[in-house]
Write a protein that binds this ligand. Sequence first.
Ligand code: PMP
Length: 426
Amino acid sequence: MTILTLPGTSIFESLESEVRSYCRNWPTVFDTARGSWITDESGREYLDFFAGAGSLNYGHNNPVLKRALLSYLERDGITHGLDMSTTAKRSLLETFEDTILRPRGLPYKVQFPGPTGTNAVESALKLARKVTGRESIVSFTNAFHGMTLGSLSVTGNAMKRAGAGIPLVHSTPMPFDNYLGAGANDFEWFTRLLDDTGSGLNRPAAVIVETVQGEGGVNVARPEWLRALADLCRNREILLIVDDVQMGCGRTGPFFSFEVAGIQPDIVTLSKSIGGYGLPLALTLFKRELDVWSPGEHNGTFRGNNPAFVTARVALEQYWSDDHLEKSVLDKGEFLEHTLAELARGFRGVSSRGRGLVRGLAFEDASQAGKVAQYAFEHGLLVETAGPQDEVVKLLPPLTTTQDELEHGLGILIDATVTVCAGQEA
Ligand code: PMP
């Protein structure tokens, strides 16, 4: 049978599934990209404050990583390696230990769980259940952990959950920081349920948490809240999983987003920017005594993405051998914080939030966030919306974005907000 592309429609509409999403908000065909800029087929350039949903912390086609990748391919370095030992994997593991784990005193082993964030989350949940012999997991309101069934069961969003088509079980949501508003006593509900044999809460194997909920609307957990959660887990022998898939690799400043709280999670998931170049790679890190896997008990074909091992290693060498990047993320983050707070103060029903280089502009009228994002696109800036009602415009620029680029992007965002919120001036 020949499938015809109808006049006026594109191959994307006629052949690609209705499930596609980002392309609907940014209706153009992208072709090339470099640094913080992405260019469409007509040559129009957009400043990219989306950065592959946090997978491009070092920018598009970062020249240092590209050079390493090209020379690796040129010399016929292994591309696909399952979990065989390779030169590229050894170099990455050594660099990760020397640059990231040892300086932070983190006693983790490293698992390659498959290349996506949800692969890392699934392996973390399985391991927590295997170690403890318990089934249930505690997650948080507005959490996002991925689209496979285990990850969906600890994800909040009703639309995404409904996509599972079967009951999502063995998980219980608890209020994230500030969910019940200022003044609520942190963890009062959780501890009461844990301590009350009549509560109906099964003793959980683990708690899974994002330190800043990216997809959930840029909700920031306070360091003291994270510390209290870590204490609660330790005191009751519940494993603490920090899902750092989006907020890790320097997005909030330090390499791991939990460093600000001085906690040491039992299990950590990493993906998105760990590959450095936008190549798929994920890591599950866990304390050594938790390494109870049997050989091959959790395997998969694409755990050995060796080109990504190369770009991951070079990114660590380039950006994490000293604290330059961390400091510049914190400085630029502060600049964004001030600018967005001032913008938000100018309008009723608008507020700002975030940490480091993940920032949100929240609109009480959720439709305004979509309008701001659309205006931004039309004026050359890519920003996405997040939150249960898509009420938050989310800024996720590459960490390598220059001050000039930040100011340029913010200029468009300010114009967009002024236009969309006309009549709401405070
Ligand atoms: N965890 C978090 C915190 C995420 O933000 C995401 C992706 N947005 C995932 C897990 C899932 O990652 P992936 O889409 O690569 O499966």
